[in-house]
Design a protein around this ligand. Structure first.
Ligand SMILES: [Zn+2]
Length: 184
């Protein structure tokens, strides 16, 4: 899935909370955006393993939500949103493809690493590859709650993300075909 799809998924989850508690909308949005993006910085380590926690991330997210409910503040809300979005990112990576860039060679059986059971989770391929048409549809659909609930710069960021996502989906296949010649 695209980075934007992960970010929009995190924002969609926190949107109802932000709607109910508008004074926490900004920290919730910032936390969700960071949580949607952060797992993929393991691209420079072992991708989909070092910072992806599809299983252990769930109790961590629950604990962070508990802390935010016990001590509501900007900081605890942002951390809880970040943990939830990061867990959702890692868990949903198992529903997509493997981490290969070229979908044609994407026949691997490693979607994301489960640190609890010490094994790789299999890709379900509901989204065949990042930037697939279904990824674009998912991204746009997941962006809607954020566009409705949030205000100001957050809406601008989400709208820009939607445009980038659609553009990426449109050029994605050509990118795979052309990249080898550009790299020569
Ligand atoms: Zn990921």
């Amino acid at each position: 899935m695209m980075a934007t799809t992960h970010v929009f998924a995190g924002l969609a989850v926190v949107a109802p909370v932000a709607y109910a508690v508008p004074e926490l909308a900004t920290p919730l949005a910032v936390g969700a955006v960071l949580g949607g993006l952060l797992p993929d910085i393991d691209l420079v380590f072992e991708h989909r393993r070092t910072f992806h926690f599809p299983v252990i991330g769930a109790p961590a997210a629950v604990a962070a939500i508990g802390a935010a409910l016990l001590v509501p503040s900007n900081a605890t809300a942002a951390v809880a949103a970040c943990f939830v979005a990061a867990w959702l990112h890692a868990a949903s990576d198992a529903l997509g493809d493997g981490p290969e860039f070229d979908p044609a060679t994407g026949d691997g059986d490693r979607a994301v690493y489960d640190h609890v059971h010490d094994r790789w989770l299999r890709p379900r391929r509901w989204v065949r590859y990042d930037g697939a048409p279904e990824d674009g549809v998912l991204a746009v659909a997941l962006a809607v709650p954020a566009l409705v609930v949030f205000e100001g710069w957050i809406v601008s960021v989400v709208a820009a993300g939607v445009v980038i996502s659609i553009g990426y989906v449109l050029v994605r296949r050509r990118l795979v075909a052309r990249l080898p010649e550009w790299l020569e």
